[in-house]
Design a protein around this ligand. Structure first.
Ligand SMILES: [Zn+2]
Length: 360
């Protein structure tokens, strides 16, 4: 398939970059969204020029212009609301094993603060039917079901090969974007071919993640994936929702706070799309898929054009790759199992998952 190049520094051209679909097409390239937002209280875009009053009006009195220069009549200052077109870069943050109900329980105060201006799924986002770290992360970043990406084991041996097909790192890298992946488990190398990640680092423990991530933000990036393993590690050792599990989530949340602060310091926060999610939840000391608590994941989207709301639709982890690609204006593969969460941007959700889209 062909890819449209989008420069790193430029605003992604969502509207013009993909072939225009006909109105009957339900899958494939991005449809142009012209419908009004579903959530009427906060329209995502404002075109400032339309509402501007005439700037100069004829004065009724004859004032010799040679001796008097009137103050220019400026239109009232209008700051256009940020729109999806303002998204310049994206960060996907995965807290390994984070249950949505642990966010308040911990509490993860920085994440809770972020959620106030986010579109998020309270309890209606879930991972694939094999809720293990490698397969579900592969679905998260590729947008494909396990049978398509082929990451069927929770370990990585080189002979297995990398996650098959296009993933969001392929798409971004092919578009000339700078891609960064910082993970806390070495096996996650399997998720993206080395040639599609400009930076790949493994950092063990929350402080090490912070030391690795912050300089990468300062150096500039277009797509970054950050993986915190603390919740999963403590969950296996002490139990999900245990004091130790919640404590390490707070530590990860502190790093999140510093990531947000660094984005602000660098003047990048207002143009960065942030998606916080997880690969799976857990119960007792495992997450092998016995309970809904194993499948349920947080799904929190924040950034330009996002309409803060509780999302009502069914979200699967494949939708993360689809939504991030959509946010960055990247062309979506036609056979993708994930669907962009258009609703998060206040747009009509033209397609939804009628049922679980995967075999496994
Ligand atoms: Zn685990």
């Amino acid at each position: 398939m062909a890819f449209v190049l989008a420069g790193c520094g430029s605003v992604p051209n969502i509207w013009g970059s993909a072939p225009q679909p006909d109105s009957t097409q339900v899958s494939g390239y991005l449809p142009i969204q012209v419908q009004p937002p579903v959530i009427a209280s906060a329209p995502p875009t404002v075109t400032s020029t339309l509402a501007s009053p005439p700037t100069q009006t004829a004065t009724p009195f004859a004032i010799p212009t040679s001796t008097f220069t009137p103050e220019p009549t400026l239109p009232p200052t209008q700051t256009p609301l940020p729109s999806k077109a303002d998204i310049k870069r994206a960060i996907i943050i995965s807290f390994d094993g984070l249950r949505p109900d642990a966010i308040e329980e911990a509490p993860m105060t920085n994440l809770m603060e972020l959620m106030k201006t986010s579109a998020y799924a309270p309890l209606n986002a879930r991972t694939i039917d094999y809720p293990a770290t490698s397969p579900s992360h592969a679905s998260m970043l590729s947008g494909y079901c396990m049978e398509d990406h082929g990451v069927i084991y929770n370990r990585f041996f080189m002979y297995m090969g990398y996650s098959k097909g296009m993933d969001v790192f392929n798409l971004a890298h092919d578009a000339g974007m700078k891609t960064v992946m910082i993970v806390s488990k070495e096996k996650l190398r399997q998720l993206a071919e080395p040639e599609t990640t400009d930076v790949f680092e493994v950092a063990y423990g929350e402080p090490a993640i912070e030391r690795t991530v912050l300089p990468q933000i300062e150096a500039g990036f277009d797509l970054m994936f950050i993986h915190f393993a603390g919740g999963d590690n403590r969950g296996h050792k002490y139990g999900w929702m245990s004091g130790e599990y919640l404590k390490v989530l707070r530590e990860g949340d502190e790093v999140l706070g510093n990531i947000i602060q660094t984005l602000k310091d660098e003047g990048m926060y207002d143009s960065t799309f942030i998606l916080v999610t997880a690969d799976h939840g857990g119960h007792d000391r495992n997450h092998i898929g016995l309970l809904i608590e194993d499948y349920r994941i947080p799904w929190i989207a924040h950034g330009p054009g996002i309409v803060p709301q509780e999302l009502s639709l069914q979200i699967y982890t494949m939708d993360t790759a689809a939504t991030v690609a959509y946010a960055l204006g990247l062309p979506l593969p036609e056979d993708l199992d994930g669907i962009p969460v258009y609703q998060a941007f206040g747009e009509t959700q033209i397609r939804t998952h009628e049922k679980y889209p995967c075999k496994y």
